[in-house]
Design a protein around this ligand. Structure first.
Ligand SMILES: [Zn+2]
Ligand SMILES: [Zn+2]
Length: 439
């Protein structure tokens, strides 16, 4: 009887232990990076970096000073790196230098707009501004690097730091991939500031997150002449007008109403004189979709409709998708397994109630290009404290970053990387054990 009781007691304790063991037991071994990131020597270091970058915003592929600052900080931390990669990009390495590899990405570029926020560290470059938070992204990745370098003993493998240029429409991610620096990477994580998500919270979703985006421009050519004698001309203005109407029918008549698509014609340039029919009209715009199939179908139909509809009016048309200057960005689609993994890590770091879902976003992110070749995951980092102020959305001249969010980004980067390396090792060990058992 006494023995039976002891066995029962053992079973009860064992069951209790099972219920309190987290899904990823390896997270227990890792220190609390959030507390570390809030320490003044990390927090103030990140704030200082972010302000320096904010004062000197640089556009895509011109991030020379930003790149120099990143390299100086990596030198200070004793972290080796590759440079130049993709013109101004920097790729840092922390850990053993051996597989497995996990990558963390921060974009570096600013926008062509004038800052209207009056503060001590306002942009010193007229007409340029960090209004998308990429200054904060760089400082948080450096913050993560600082923490990770101090805890190299906690991981077996390599964290690859990707400081990427030219996210804002110039395809910096493609140039990073073309440089071959991510070839052995098992997963890549990226974050973006979110102005209207509360400080301390994160949000994301499995599957599509950002839309794919493309641009087009078409020249519709007819035959110019006197406006009073239209029968002697071939009018490209009327042709272009009907082209625009027909393009809208791709969305309203050909696509699944439950599949969100956008096609906006934003440019219409024809003649100048009020009594002259012009030789040609140029139109252009952008298109967005959440699945690669819909995106490529839309691209195909835009070209077909413009040429065919111009032909109805006896005009010729040439269509360009401007892929040299503005590469097509596919939809950003988060890997389902990485979503589960992210949820687990973020919940254990921030608390389950701080990890939220998010609606689809019609904007685009060139992080999608990484996801085409490496399992990738992107999430939003909250920074709004409504007890202080409502923050302006990204790309507003009034955009501000709440710097209290920096430790959260740094800690999430560091935790995602370290736990993922541990997870990969556990999976390899499990496979080896199974193989051993089968022998
Ligand atoms: Zn942006
Ligand atoms: Zn951005």
């Amino acid at each position: 009887m006494a023995l039976f009781s002891r066995v029962n007691l053992f079973i009860i304790i064992f069951k209790y232990l099972l219920t309190i063991t987290p899904i990823f037991s390896y997270s227990n071994e890792v220190p609390n990076f959030l507390d570390l990131a809030k320490e003044p020597q990390v927090f103030e270091w990140m704030v200082d970096i972010r302000r320096k970058i904010h004062e000197n915003p640089e556009l895509g592929y011109e991030e020379f000073e930003t790149s120099k600052l990143i390299r100086a900080k990596l030198d200070e931390l004793g972290i080796p790196y590759k440079h130049p990669v993709a013109v101004t990009g920097v790729i840092g390495y922390i850990g053993t230098g051996l597989p497995p590899f996990v990558a963390l990405r921060a974009d570096m570029d600013a926008l062509l707009m004038q800052e209207l926020v009056e503060w001590e560290h306002k942009s010193k470059v007229p007409g340029k501004m960090h209004a998308c938070g990429h200054d904060a992204h760089v400082s948080m990745l450096l913050g993560a690097a600082k923490i990770l370098k101090d805890h190299e003993k906690y991981f077996n493998g390599t964290v690859v730091l990707v400081f990427q240029p030219a996210e804002e429409g110039a395809g910096g991610a493609k140039k990073i991939l073309d440089a071959g620096v991510l070839e052995n990477v098992s997963a890549i994580f990226g974050l973006h500031m979110h102005a209207n998500l509360p400080l301390g919270e994160v949000a994301s979703r499995s599957g599509p997150l950002f839309a794919g985006s493309g641009f087009f421009e078409a020249i519709i050519s007819g035959k110019g002449g006197h406006a009073a004698l239209p029968h002697h001309s071939i009018d490209p203005t009327l042709a272009a007008s009907n082209v625009i109407l027909s393009l809208q029918h791709i969305i309203s008549r050909e696509s699944d109403p439950l599949d969100p698509l956008v096609l906006s014609v934003t440019k219409f340039q024809g003649g100048a004189a009020l009594n002259v029919i012009p030789d040609s009209v140029t139109i252009g715009g952008t298109f967005r979709a959440f699945s690669k199939k819909s995106f490529m179908q839309m691209r195909h139909r835009i070209e077909q409709v413009i040429i065919a509809q111009a032909g109805v009016y006896r005009c010729n048309a040439t269509v360009s998708f401007l892929e040299e200057e503005k590469p097509l960005i596919p939809p950003t689609v988060n890997n389902g397994d990485l979503h589960d993994y992210f949820q687990s890590v973020a919940k254990s770091l921030l608390g389950a109630d701080k990890v939220k879902g998010v609606e689809l976003i019609m904007g685009s992110e060139d992080f999608a290009l990484y996801q085409e070749v490496v399992p990738g995951y992107m999430f939003f980092l909250g920074m709004e404290d409504i007890s202080v102020e409502h923050l302006a959305m990204a790309h507003s001249p009034y955009y501000k970053v709440n710097e209290d969010s920096l430790p959260y980004g740094a800690a999430l980067h560091a935790s995602l990387a370290v736990n993922y390396l541990a997870k990969l090792h556990q999976e390899v060990a499990a496979v080896e054990e199974k193989y051993h058992d089968e022998l």
